[in-house]
Design a protein around this ligand. Structure first.
Ligand code: NI
Ligand code: MN
Length: 236
């Protein structure tokens, strides 16, 4: 499995991705401590420069505050999650919202739409509004572009994301029940016009039943390559 462009993508299981680029580390949707499929050796880090958060659910956000404080990471998130983090003492956030793009640590980050829900469950069990869920398009210095869909159903405007941002690879949820399944992820890949997909948000728990094999069967004919990584595996 090869990217051969200096960027290394490691899937930490579920929707958590670690991306090494330009001597830096970016984390998407940090959930490692209680993530049942994240290998133990991937629960600690040498550095985390940037954290991207798609929404407030625990399986995407549980380790955000502690990791951001420990590594003094810049957290890119929506306005509501920014306020939540700031209230709890993390001051290095870059709040944004859908449609916007920012430069952070030499990377261009654009926030895109996603159809899902979003909230933060507090330690006492109460539920805090966390704004709307989102996806991201991430453009690295070498122009390589990733679309990380976050948790979402299939939506037709993924064609617009393809047209406006032209991503090279997409991280798409395939687990079903809470997100797209392989059939809708295959359609998403077609709408986005991507050449490659890394499937995520499957297999973590028994109810997330979608499999990469189902996706592979559906996209082979349209020339989309599926990189089905094992948790902890790196695509270089
Ligand atoms: Ni979610
Ligand atoms: Mn989720």
């Amino acid at each position: 499995m090869a990217l051969d462009n200096g960027i290394e993508i490691t899937w930490l299981g579920h929707s958590t991705f670690k991306i090494a680029h330009d001597g830096q580390t970016m984390l998407i949707d940090p959930w490692v401590t209680s993530n049942p499929v994240c290998p133990d050796e991937h629960k600690t880090f040498e550095r985390i420069d940037t954290i991207l958060v798609t929404h407030g659910h625990g399986d995407h956000f549980a380790d955000c505050l502690s990791l951001a404080k420990q590594y003094q990471s810049i957290v890119v998130c929506n306005f509501e999650i920014y306020q939540w983090l700031e209230k709890r003492g993390h001051r290095s956030c870059q709040p944004m919202n859908k449609g916007g793009s920012i430069e952070v640590n030499g990377v261009r980050v654009s926030m895109t739409n996603a159809f899902h829900s979003s909230s933060i469950t507090e330690d006492d069990g109460s539920i805090t509004y966390a704004g709307e869920p989102a996806g991201f398009v991430i453009e690295f210095r070498n122009r390589f572009k990733i679309y990380a869909a976050g948790d979402t159903c299939l939506f037709g405007d993924m064609a617009l994301i393809g047209e406006m941002y032209d991503p090279d690879i997409a991280f798409l949820p395939i687990g079903d029940r809470f997100t797209m399944n392989p059939k809708s992820a295959a359609k998403a890949a077609e709408l986005l016009g991507v050449k490659a997909v890394i499937p995520c948000h499957y297999g973590t728990f028994p109810p997330l039943t979608g499999t990469p094999d189902e996706l592979i069967d559906l996209v082979e004919s349209i020339g989309v390559e599926v990189f089905a990584l094992a948790p902890g595996e790196t695509l270089k």
